[in-house]
Design a protein around this ligand. Structure first.
Ligand code: SAH
Length: 213
């Protein structure tokens, strides 16, 4: 698959749709205009890639809806060179949006099949996260902490303590919390022990998988 002017046109329209749903951050909308979402999907979905919808990416997982990606990214308020941890690499689309915002991205995937596929795809596309890790996002990446921001792209039954502890003071955790439906939740670390919590609407994600080992 290639990226053409036709795809660019469809991305501009997608950014308009996302903006009409309430996203105002220009940098985030520019990232939606820039990242070729159709290349993150199997070729069978190419025609649909610029609809504001989630699609299957294998291993029972989905690429998040662009509006959801934009909503979470806007909440993170990413600045260039910030260290951002992403839980749930999946197709790599959210990772690419964060890279477009010039973040240093650390991303974890726990499904081997998706991890391998996305690793090759990143190499082909020359996308360069700082780390692409096969592992359990519940634990975060203590060896690379603290982070300016942490984004969880699967629904968590509860907030993993490890992730809160890996935030810088002033850092933000954006996480959908809940079993069947999730409440988008933003935590901001105010001090060593204090976190401010905000709840920002209802979403539906695939579940964050518990590590049974
Ligand atoms: N950001 C992805 C969304 C993928 S869906 C994208 O834009 O395509 C959520 C992803 O989280 C899936 O790939 C799933 O395998 C992964 N995941 C689920 N539980 C996880 C865990 N405990 N640690 C890391 N990744 C996990």
């Amino acid at each position: 698959m290639r990226d053409t002017l036709k795809h660019k046109g469809m991305r501009n329209k997608l950014a308009d749709v996302v903006a009409s749903k309430g996203i105002t951050d220009k940098k985030v909308l520019d990232a939606i205009r820039a990242v070729p979402r159709h290349l993150f999907l199997d070729s069978g979905f190419e025609a649909h890639a610029y609809q504001d919808k989630a699609f299957p990416i294998g291993a029972d997982q989905t690429i998040s809806q662009p509006y959801t990606v934009a909503f979470q990214t806007e909440l993170l308020n990413v600045m260039p060179n910030q260290k951002i941890l992403e839980i749930g690499t999946g197709s790599g689309y959210q990772t690419a949006i964060l890279l477009h915002l010039r973040a240093k991205v650390y991303t974890i995937e726990r499904q081997q099949e998706l991890f391998k596929k996305t690793k090759l795809f990143f190499e082909k596309m020359n996308y360069r996260p700082k780390k692409l890790v096969f592992g359990d996002g519940y634990k975060g990446l203590p060896e690379h902490a603290p982070f300016d921001g942490i984004i969880v792209t699967a629904g968590a039954p509860e907030v993993p303590r490890a992730l809160l502890s890996q935030l810088k003071i002033g850092g933000k955790l954006v996480i959908p919390v809940g079993e069947d439906v999730q409440t988008m939740t933003l935590y901001e670390r105010k001090s060593e022990k204090e976190f401010e919590k905000k709840e920002l609407g209802t979403f539906r994600f695939v579940p964050l998988l518990e590590d049974k080992n």
